[in-house]
Write a protein that binds this ligand. Structure first.
Ligand code: 0RQ
Length: 497
């Protein structure tokens, strides 16, 4: 059959009110760029005419302003999952204009296949090639694209001419079968390929192809500063100490690292450490720092779900594709983040906390327990099944008015049972094999900011003769003080007696 080229506006005209739309990609990488903008315009027109128009937005992870930004501003989103990070979608979620449910990224595709989230009506997918028999070569972000293509009745392809056309071979597309009797996912090392280089669909479902010529415009990371450098150094020194003690095999183990400024600084630190051997990554987002490590020979191979790289680094990669061809593979999110594989490969995971409590529980998502920041993303997929799970964060936020180490986290994403190591610029707390009181001493001594240490010691000493010494009246004292005065350091425990 012959495939039809259409405009973004025509593509948007096929999207009905109340539909569920699955967008391919993962972060800005591979996220569709123009049909979503046309859907937002359609929503505004419909609203102006007094008609309802909202869709369910399903993605691989975060997107870009072209999806979450424009659709949030047009009030065109009904439900949203599994992760977001734009200012406008965050605001709409916290105003309850959008019903957002926050899930582990690896659960998304399988829960859709199980039917837990209803139907996906339309898949909108960025690609570099599509054949008349329905073979799609994706761009540089996969996310849940294979599942959206399989489930949807209608598929719209954004064919992005900005991307190199010879990306064929960079992807490994694989979908597990549903239980019962699901078999193992046969990945035994990060570079194993188990699927197809393309997504295969029934070509009759492709309702049109929209041509684009646009970069992902991934925002540059903040330059590494003193605090993030010290966090990076602490992570490296910790890993080297484990290697020297024989607690990490001498060949080293694959690394996963979250997204954001801190994760970027940690990766730079690993690159600069002569004692960290050449390593592989089994991670979700391959970001700028990983590309640099590959060029330096420090990172041998990276398995990920997307190439989330800034425009400058993108140019370098695209003009040297053959150098990267045997060093990179892009997989669907449910495989890049699959707990079965994380446990089997023995991955060392490094993710970021917003706050951690003195007993080792971590909040990665909710500011002061109520306001959604981004989402849990892949941090739980990796943490819970890691060889060693590490969380990093600066010891204070907002100029010192917030302590990242608190008596009790105001929202729980990663429990004390899953968190092995906590690292701030102050130092390293090793929580393995320690009781709650021993963990609290380790965290206050090594990770808390000096401005908050005494307050935390006083909290710990308030309660005696229990296994986990919490004071249920005072445990949110830091947060209540922040809401009242804007500065956690002004907490007075006498107020909670
Ligand atoms: O806000 O810039 O306005 O000051 O939070 O903090 O220190 O820049 O750190 O960029 O690494 O983001 C946890 C959000 C950290 C991220 C989080 C404020 C702080 C600043 C950002 P300002 P930093 P990062 C894969 C992996 C969860 C998901 C995950 C994240 C802003 O790493 O979303 O790991 N992780 N996914 O000032 C109030 C606190 C705070 C605070 C920091 N305790 N209270 N505000 N901030 N601590 C992701 C994918 O799925 C793709």
């Amino acid at each position: 059959m012959s495939l039809k080229f259409i405009t973004a506006e025509e593509a948007a005209s096929y999207i009905e009110n109340d539909e569920n739309v699955g967008f391919g990609g993962f972060t800005a990488a591979g996220t569709p760029k123009v049909v979503s903008v046309a859907i937002a315009k359609k929503a505004e027109k419909e609203h102006a005419a007094g008609r309802p128009f909202k869709i369910g937005v399903f993605t691989g992870a975060s997107t870009s302003d072209n999806v979450d930004g424009v659709l949030s501003r047009a009030k065109a989103i009904k439900t949203r999952t599994p992760y977001q990070s734009t200012k406008d979608s965050r605001t709409a979620i916290n105003n309850n204009e959008i019903d957002y449910f926050d899930i582990h990224l690896s659960h998304l595709a399988q829960n859709l296949r199980y039917g837990f989230y209803g139907k996906i009506n339309t898949a909108i997918i960025e690609a570099v090639d599509v054949t008349e028999n329905g073979e799609i070569t994706l761009g540089i972000g996969v996310g849940a694209a294979p599942t959206y293509c399989n489930m949807a009745d209608k598929i719209i392809i954004e064919l992005n001419r900005h991307l190199p056309q010879n990306l064929y071979g960079f992807h490994d597309i694989y979908e597990p079968i549903n239980p019962p009797y699901r078999k193992e996912i046969p990945i035994y090392k990060p570079s194993d390929r188990i699927g197809s280089p393309v997504i295969k669909v029934d070509p009759h479902k492709i309702i049109g192809i929209v041509e684009t010529n646009l970069p992902d415009n991934v925002k540059e990371f903040a330059p590494v500063d003193e605090v993030t450098t010290r966090i990076g150094d602490n992570v490296c020194n910790f890993l080297v100490s484990q290697l020297k003690k024989g607690l990490i095999p001498k060949e080293f183990l694959p690394l996963q690292s979250g997204v954001g400024n801190i994760a970027n600084a940690v990766l730079s630190g690993l690159g600069n450490s002569p004692d960290v051997p050449v390593f592989e990554m089994y991670t979700e987002v391959v970001q700028d720092a990983v590309i640099k490590l590959m060029k330096e020979g420090k990172c041998r191979f990276a398995s990920g779900c997307s190439l989330t790289i800034s425009n400058t680094v993108e140019e370098e990669v695209f003009s040297n594709l053959d150098f990267f061809r045997n060093k990179l593979v892009l997989r669907p999110g449910e495989i890049s983040n699959n707990p079965e594989i994380v446990r089997r490969l023995g991955i060392i995971t490094i993710n970021t906390a917003l706050e951690a409590d003195i007993f080792g529980n971590v909040n990665s998502t909710h500011v002061v327990g109520t306001k959604m920041m981004n989402g849990i993303g892949g941090s739980g997929d990796f943490t819970r099944n890691s060889y060693i799970s590490i969380f990093t964060c600066p010891s204070v936020a907002k100029g010192g008015n917030i302590s990242a180490i608190v008596p009790m986290v105001s929202h729980l994403d990663h429990s004390e049972h899953s968190v092995d190591i906590l690292i701030t610029e102050q130092g390293v707390a090793d929580l393995r094999g320690k009781s709650p009181i021993q963990r609290a001493k380790e965290i206050i001594e090594n990770c808390a900011n000096p401005a908050y240490k005494q307050l935390l010691w006083d909290y710990l000493n308030m309660t005696k003769n229990v296994h986990t010494p919490h004071n249920l009246k005072a445990c949110f004292g830091f947060h209540l003080e922040f809401i009242k005065s804007g500065n956690m350091a002004l907490t007075n425990w006498a107020d909670y007696k």
